[in-house]
Design a protein around this ligand. Sequence first.
Ligand SMILES: Cc1cc2nc3c(=O)[nH]c(=O)nc-3n(C[C@H](O)[C@H](O)[C@H](O)COP(=O)(O)OP(=O)(O)OC[C@H]3O[C@@H](n4cnc5c(N)ncnc54)[C@H](O)[C@@H]3O)c2cc1C
Length: 455
Amino acid sequence: MTLFYDPRLLASTRRGFLGAAAGGLAAAAMVRPARAQAVATKAKIVILGAGAGGTGLANTLAGRLDGAEITIVDGRKQHLYQPGFTLIASGLKPASYSVSPTGDWLPKQVKWVEEYAANIDPEAQTVTTTGGTKLAYDYLVLAPGLTLNWDAVEGFDLGMVGKDGIGAVYAGPDHAAATWTAMDAFTDKGGVALFGRPATEMKCAGAPLKYTFITDDYLRRKGTRDRSQIIYAANNKALFSVPVVNEKLKLLFRDKAVDVRWDHVLKGIDVATKTATYVIPATQTIKDGAIVDTPAREEKIGFDFINVIPPMTAPKVVRESGLSWADKWVGEGWIEVDQSNLRHLRYPNIFGVGDINGVPKGKTAASVKWHIPVVVDHLVASIQGKEGTEVFNGYTSCPMITKIGRAMLIEFDYKDNLVPSFPGVIAPLEELWISWLMKETALKPTYNAMLRGKA
Ligand SMILES: Cc1cc2nc3c(=O)[nH]c(=O)nc-3n(C[C@H](O)[C@H](O)[C@H](O)COP(=O)(O)OP(=O)(O)OC[C@H]3O[C@@H](n4cnc5c(N)ncnc54)[C@H](O)[C@@H]3O)c2cc1C
């Protein structure tokens, strides 16, 4: 499997890479598989969500099918390039960097219903929109991303972001820009900064760590690190799910004097007292041969800056559809798909692309890039009365920024194998300038090529 980044981006020299990437040519350099002849069909295909996955899929399907009735449902008028939020919240890009009109990305052959899906009936094969329109389908692709459950963080309100040391990088481009205002003010003076992640599955699990590193870097650059304390609240006993990466991150946090609190999940904040409350789950340990039960408890930590990241679940319409796993990720609602072809296990005419999939890894745009050809292969084969052959190996990637100008380009699969796009050239666990450029410069044209169905 070719990976997220095209080795041709590097050209033969670093200079060649830079020229291509900086000129926005990275997208043009993406590998294009030879186009199969379009398949004639009258199939009705409904796609829910016009984000990274839905848009890339709509463009790819439009090129593979001739005569299909493809409808995409999404009430959001703006497409959001979410990997840009971290750069916006770091003062490196304006909020506009991540925003473009949804309609600009959609192919002419695809009908865009500018409403949200309110109901999915997999037995009747219909989707009903918030405006009451009922759409019948032969195939349904779910790509509605995930829901950020801000209300689950007690005492927090999105209106607080940007003031009183409160940040929320995930909340959108404007909130990411407001987070930069708060982080910039905090790093001028120093103090206690709190970071962490929710206990649910989440998109881009590296982003909370990146923002911790970036804040540390600003404190050092401004000369305020020695009067500051950085605390990272890990939701369990690891910083990252891939063991070798976890060990590397623990070393980096130790070197940078980041104070890690294991098994700490943010419950709420009190803005008046600038205090965050964490829940530490109940534990059972064995001491001197006897089982010792320690009940769940709460801990309060004062802060001068906090990056709030809420629990994440599948959108309500999916959680209520009967398409979620019943015995995995209970309460989170990720859909029950075969992890190798992303096809629903009970409804074979339903597929998932992107964050909505109930698979062990990879709520990233990098995974989306490889969800799309796999789903297209199996969906088009099904239209032809055949079985698809493409397999998704769980590929995902995380450009782990460790300071401004340095990153580790970490790519891995379901089995926690490191699968570098540039073996022998970019070492995944080294903090490199070239890996920083992958995030800062090359990722967006790569993402845009994916949206256009050209990746
Ligand atoms: C701060 C941050 C940093 C990130 N950094 C990276 C990174 O460095 N690298 C990387 O690969 N990934 C990164 N990601 C993750 C990446 O952006 C997502 O994994 C990716 O966008 C998922 O694509 P998707 O299509 O599943 O969902 P999205 O792109 O979120 O799109 C979902 C779409 O569905 C729509 N929708 C929602 N509900 C409904 C409904 N009921 N009916 C119809 N439509 C609906 C929404 O309006 C939206 O347009 C980052 C994300 C964040 C937040």
